[in-house]
Design a protein around this ligand. Structure first.
Ligand SMILES: NC(=O)c1ccc[n+]([C@@H]2O[C@H](COP(=O)([O-])OP(=O)(O)OC[C@H]3O[C@@H](n4cnc5c(N)ncnc54)[C@H](O)[C@@H]3O)[C@@H](O)[C@H]2O)c1
Length: 325
């Protein structure tokens, strides 16, 4: 291997390949890749030619002193073992969410990163998304009035995981979003699991949770014919919908609400307690489009270079695992 590369990606399946595609656009340096299935890294080599170097095994990457940063896009079941080695070899480490599902193992990785003075970052990509940042500022400015309910839907047909449930795979993104939006304690009230394809894996899940008095529901499914990515926020004054699948107008605020009038007097001797509905204008919220994965990977490279904690550091990820497990 020559000395002009500094980042390596281990695990170049579906998401790892997308990561490499994005890295190619943000660095002039060669990228070293390794996947235990050779054909997965060969596909990238075929596409990007001299920009890609294929390692024969991950130990070769660990021993390469020029490689400072490693991205792990394998599976949660192998992340602990490989992650531990990477940190022991004093490399900065980015691991795709949920990193691992066992809090004890994640604590160990956090400790190891600290001992070796290296960065440990989890791939909670929505923290680097301009729409989510905009929603946070809308909530902060109290534009929706008191927020009473949030419903998040993340559905698609696949990818179907065979080692973690849908609420861990998909719902962990939504927990990260709620954590980022409110920065308050999240309590799971109920978890409904539907094991449809396999006895021990949940394909469709609903998490019922609360953040103080605010009630939220997270619906995750990889058994849905169409891709759905929606965040609905019901305020007492306005309602907000973020629909990622919309080509235009992904983020809208509806000047609409429903309420029960205060009963202060009898009208025509008849006590009316019917709910009223107000329908005002809908506002399309402008958000500057940007490549979220690019933002996330740039953040990793920058924090690694500065040796500073990333936004989605080990403790951030540990919080999420504690909540969903
Ligand atoms: N941030 C996001 O939006 C997002 C999206 C999709 C997936 N992911 C995460 O990315 C990770 C990978 O998901 P995926 O859909 O790409 O899965 P995948 O099965 O397509 O890819 C995983 C790859 O890792 C390789 N691998 C497994 N064990 C290995 C080992 N010991 N050494 C080397 N390579 C090994 C496999 O051969 C495979 O190519 C998961 O943790 C998933 O949650 C994140």
């Amino acid at each position: 291997m020559n000395n002009i590369h500094k980042t390596a990606v281990i695990g170049t399946g579906y998401w790892g390949s997308i990561i490499v595609n994005t890295l190619i656009r943000i660095t002039k340096k060669k990228i070293v890749v390794y996947d235990k299935l050779k054909e997965n890294s060969s596909l990238l080599k075929k596409k990007f030619k001299e920009k890609i170097l294929i390692a024969n095994n991950y130990n070769e990457i660990l021993r390469n002193k020029n490689i400072k940063n490693i991205i792990l896009a394998t599976h949660p079941s192998v992340n602990y073992k490989i992650g531990k080695k990477i940190l022991t070899f004093k490399k900065n480490l980015f691991v795709e969410k949920p990193i691992v599902t066992d809090t004890k193992k994640l604590k160990e990785l956090i400790k190891l990163a600290k001992q070796n003075n290296k960065i440990l970052m989890g791939g909670y990509i929505y923290m680097y998304n301009n729409y989510i940042k905009k929603i946070k500022s809308i909530i902060k400015n109290r534009e929706l009035g008191k927020i009473k309910y949030i419903e998040i839907q993340r559905k698609n047909l696949g990818p179907i995981r065979n080692e973690i449930d849908a609420h861990v795979d998909l719902g962990s993104h939504d927990i990260s979003i709620l954590k980022f939006l409110f920065n308050k304690k999240i309590k799971i009230k109920n978890l409904t699991k539907r094991n449809i394809l396999k006895k021990n894996i949940s394909d469709i899940t609903t998490i019922d949770l609360s953040i103080g008095n605010l009630k939220c529901e997270i619906i995750s499914s990889w058994l849905n014919p169409a891709k759905e990515r929606k965040i609905l926020i019901i305020g007492l004054k306005k309602m907000l919908l973020f629909d990622e699948m919309e080509v235009r107008n992904k983020l809208r605020i509806f000047n609409k609400y429903a309420y029960y009038p205060k009963i202060t007097k009898f009208r025509n001797n008849y006590l009316s307690n019917k709910a009223r509905i107000y329908k005002g204008k809908t506002e399309n919220i402008f958000v500057r489009e940007s490549d979220t994965l690019k933002n996330e990977l740039k953040h990793f490279e920058k924090q690694a270079q500065l040796n500073k904690q990333p936004l989605t550091n080990g403790d951030f990820c540990l919080d999420i695992i504690k909540i969903i497990s």
